[in-house]
Design a protein around this ligand. Structure first.
Ligand SMILES: [Zn+2]
Length: 116
């Protein structure tokens, strides 16, 4: 289950990010996860909850925004919704496409309560 290692690396980033805030509390974290990243949102929620215990992220609310996969066909010159796992153009069937979105795995923003 690679969601555990993703949760662990998220928490490492959060510990770095929270250092300048001293005693401020991390209330929430929002991450963007692309459909093609291979991350299962439910598994990541669970892994984050378990891994965050006793860290700066303990008690923080995780929000996951799932980003749909989109592609661009080099023949049709059109954008389309990618159907996983068939990474081809749905109009002409070519695999000659660009992946526009769906590979995201990043922190969107943090909610920090610094008491003010
Ligand atoms: Zn096409």
């Amino acid at each position: 289950m690679h969601e555990v290692s993703i949760a662990e690396s998220l928490i490492r980033i959060l510990e770095e990010e929270m250092r300048p805030f001293g005693d401020a509390k991390l209330e929430g974290i929002k991450v963007r996860v692309g459909e093609l990243s291979g991350v299962i949102a439910d598994a990541l929620y669970f892994a984050f909850e378990v891994c965050s215990r006793g860290t700066v992220a303990d008690g923080a609310q995780l929000e996951i925004e799932e980003i749909p996969a989109k592609g661009f066909c080099n023949f049709c010159k059109k954008e389309f919704r990618l159907e996983v796992p068939f990474l081809v153009c749905p109009m002409c069937g070519t695999p000659d496409i660009e992946i526009l979105s769906g590979r995201e795995l990043e922190i969107d923003h943090l909610e920090i309560d610094d008491g003010s």
